[in-house]
Design a protein around this ligand. Structure first.
Ligand SMILES: CC(C)(COP(=O)(O)OP(=O)(O)OC[C@H]1O[C@@H](n2cnc3c(N)ncnc32)[C@H](O)[C@@H]1OP(=O)(O)O)[C@@H](O)C(=O)NCCC(=O)NCCS
Length: 138
């Protein structure tokens, strides 16, 4: 059940292993997208992120928030974006009630396991101009 992902069941609360936050300028993402089109989308975002964001009338705040989520998760791991954790290592999809769920690729899953973590929680927020994401590794 979706809520199980967010709330530990009685007596199984996890330890916080890392936190990360990032803010992204929506206009910057829009500019890069307008200049590089699909090549930018494919390089940075997962297919599920592209499908969701590009189904929206105004995709850039949601794209920017997902870009922020990648950086926030990379900060929570303490790696930044690079060899250990790439922009494709995490994607954000929406649960049935709209809440964001972090999905890790093989590299992200291996990194999480190497830290003794079991879940990556993310929260997103955006206005027309700024997007923000917060990440917690438990
Ligand atoms: C770590 C990273 C995500 C920081 O993001 P940023 O947008 O450059 O900078 P922000 O202003 O959001 O964050 C800066 C803060 O991140 C924190 N930070 C830096 N390296 C960090 C790391 N390895 N782990 C956790 N936090 C880190 C620091 O507190 C820093 O603040 P300070 O310089 O005042 O100490 C960044 O170095 C990175 O990996 N960027 C990838 C960029 C990229 O791939 N772009 C592709 C464009 S298409």
């Amino acid at each position: 059940m979706e809520s199980d992902i967010f709330f530990a069941k009685g007596g199984t609360a996890g330890t916080i292993l890392g936190i990360g936050v990032d803010i992204v300028d929506v206009a910057r993402i829009r500019r890069i997208h307008e200049r590089h089109g699909d090549a930018f989308l494919k390089r940075v975002f997962t297919p599920a992120e592209c499908a969701y964001c590009m189904s929206l009338a105004v995709p850039w705040p949601s794209l920017a928030a997902r870009f922020a989520a990648k950086e926030a998760v990379s900060k929570a791991f303490g790696t930044g974006i690079g060899a250990e954790f790439s922009l494709q290592s995490v994607g954000v999809v929406n649960g049935a009630r709209g809440a964001p769920l972090a999905e890790l690729d093989e590299k992200g899953t291996a990194l999480l396991a190497s830290r003794g973590g079991s879940r990556v929680l993310v929260s997103l927020s955006h206005t027309a101009t700024l997007a923000q994401a917060f990440a917690v590794i438990v």
